[in-house]
Design a protein around this ligand. Structure first.
Ligand code: SF4
Length: 484
């Protein structure tokens, strides 16, 4: 799956369907960067901490534990976390005994080196360490509240690294062990969020090793969750009133578990009572098998929307990325999906300026975009990530100025296409799942179409968690506006 940045998310995770915490419970604040998988992981972690007796707070200033769940997919994402960690470190220091944990992909990527870039950090934990977070935090909090010893003993530490020399403050507690078997079975993190749309992680890790991507190094090898566990979590969501579920995995459609295929799992999830819509992200193009296409076309609750990361429209670049498909293969997959579902909505990821990309390669990407006409896209300029094959073997030889120019052309083209695609919905009837009040105008509601387009609904039309039939009255390049 191509990781992508979403705007900085601040979630109060783990808040749902649990007994109220004790009045004097320590308070945790969780801040999330990165993809939907990270959002789901923050919910899971919030659940682990809630079960360990933590209360949640929406304000870092009130927290005894500040957790930043991070993304390593681009250098910029890491820079943002480093800057934010400095701010959160200052907030932490104003609250005696408070600790700052940096967790997730960036923690796994930088390991102990993270402490040099974010000196305020007290706990560094990778994506497979969340079950152990209560113990890691307890160790760090005990150190922060303990009288300062003359010499620090390593055997007081949960982490794996030697302590910093006395006088420099406590070294962070570190747990970055990747675990080939960890799927967080039995945990119930899915119940956070907006109460309408929830996530269930069905697969962790990635075996694809695209040459530009650090994810296999930060999240480890691919492994799926057992189908009974997936269904347990989906039923739990349905029982809690959720109406939509998104199944998550780095290459979600390569899911397989002891004879159960991804298509079979999709059909089973779509039949859970109370769930009205099922989505999944992100599939890997060449793993899009006919049985998955058939399930999508046949099951009414499976949304007719696929995020299908293409990355480049050049065969040479795709080969250097080791994506495992050609442009023709990709077009064939799109054609299969559109033959089965003519109105299917498609989005993609595009990575501009990869090693060796020529003007002709760039033109080929623009051509592919014109041909496929994606509803929307996540578009980025390539930045080298250490550990990857590209960082070791392929020169990052496209200048920043050229990357910037090409990315601007890609974004401009996609904006034009999205404007046209969204405008084509004006006058159409759409069934919208209402997610909650609009951020811009809380008197209005916001929901989504089956094709994952945001719709603003006039006041009085529909209720949160309900499906409502509307007609689209106008559109921008990213939003539809409905009348009753
Ligand atoms: S290695 Fe490739 S398939 Fe795996 S997460 Fe990265 S981009 Fe996606």
């Amino acid at each position: 799956m191509s990781e992508r940045l979403v705007p900085l998310g601040k979630r109060t995770a783990g808040a749902a369907v649990r007994p109220a915490p004790a009045a004097d419970a320590p308070r945790v604040y969780v801040e999330t960067y990165g993809c939907q998988m990270n959002v789901a992981d923050s919910d899971l972690l919030g659940g682990v901490l809630a079960d360990a007796g933590y209360a949640t707070t929406p304000r870092a200033e009130d927290a005894d534990v500040i957790v930043v769940n991070t993304c390593a997919v681009r250098e910029k994402a890491e820079e943002r976390v480093v800057a934010r960690a400095a701010e959160l470190g200052a907030i932490k220091r104003r609250r005696p005994g408070a600790v700052l944990a940096i967790v997730g992909c960036m923690a796994e990527h930088l390991k102990e080196g993270l402490a040099a870039r974010a000196p305020a950090v007290d706990v560094i934990a990778g994506p497979d360490s969340y079950r152990r977070m209560p113990a890691l935090l307890a160790a760090a909090r005990a150190e922060r509240t303990a009288p300062v010893p003359d010499e620090r003993s390593e055997d007081t530490r949960v982490g794996l690294l030697p302590a910093r020399p006395a006088g420099r403050g406590a070294a962070p507690v570190i747990d970055i062990k990747l675990d080939k078997a960890e799927t967080y079975e039995g945990l119930s993190g899915a119940l956070a969020g907006d109460g309408v749309s929830g996530f269930v992680t069905i697969q962790r890790g990635c075996d694809k090793f695209c040459t530009f991507c650090v994810v296999p190094f930060t999240r480890g090898r691919e492994r799926g969750a057992p189908p009974r566990e997936v269904l347990r979590q989906v039923r739990e969501l349905a029982d809690a009133g959720f109406r939509e579920v998104t199944l998550l995995g780095q290459t979600v459609n390569s899911y397989a578990w002891d004879g159960t295929t991804f298509a079979e799992l999709l059909r089973a999830v779509a039949r859970v009572d109370g769930i009205e819509r099922v989505r999944f992200t992100s599939p890997y193009p060449v793993d899009f098998t006919d049985d998955v296409v058939a399930a999508l076309a046949e099951e009414p609750k499976l949304c007719k929307y696929v995020h299908l990361p293409v990355q480049s429209g050049s065969d040479d670049v795709l080969a250097r990325m080791r994506r495992g498909y050609t442009v023709a293969d990709y077009h064939a997959i799109v054609a299969r999906l559109r033959r089965a579902m003519p109105d299917i909505a498609l989005s993609t990821d595009i990575l501009s300026g990869f090693c060796g990309e020529t003007d002709a390669d760039h033109a080929a990407t623009l051509a592919l975009m014109r041909e496929v006409r994606f509803d929307s896209a996540f578009m980025f300029a390539y930045s080298e990530r250490d550990l990857t094959f590209a960082a070791k073997k392929l020169p990052d030889d496209v200048t920043e100025a050229v990357k910037k120019k090409r990315l601007a052309e890609i974004v401009a083209l996609q904006e034009r296409i999205s404007t046209e695609v969204f405008a084509a919905h004006v006058g159409r009837a759409e069934r919208v799942l209402v997610h909650g009040p609009s951020k811009r105008d809380p008197a209005q509601l916001v929901g989504r179409t089956d094709g994952f387009k945001s719709v603003i609904l006039p006041a009085g039309v529909g209720s949160v968690g309900g499906l409502v039939d509307v007609t689209i009255e106008r559109a921008t390049m990213a939003t539809l506006f409905a009348r009753a």
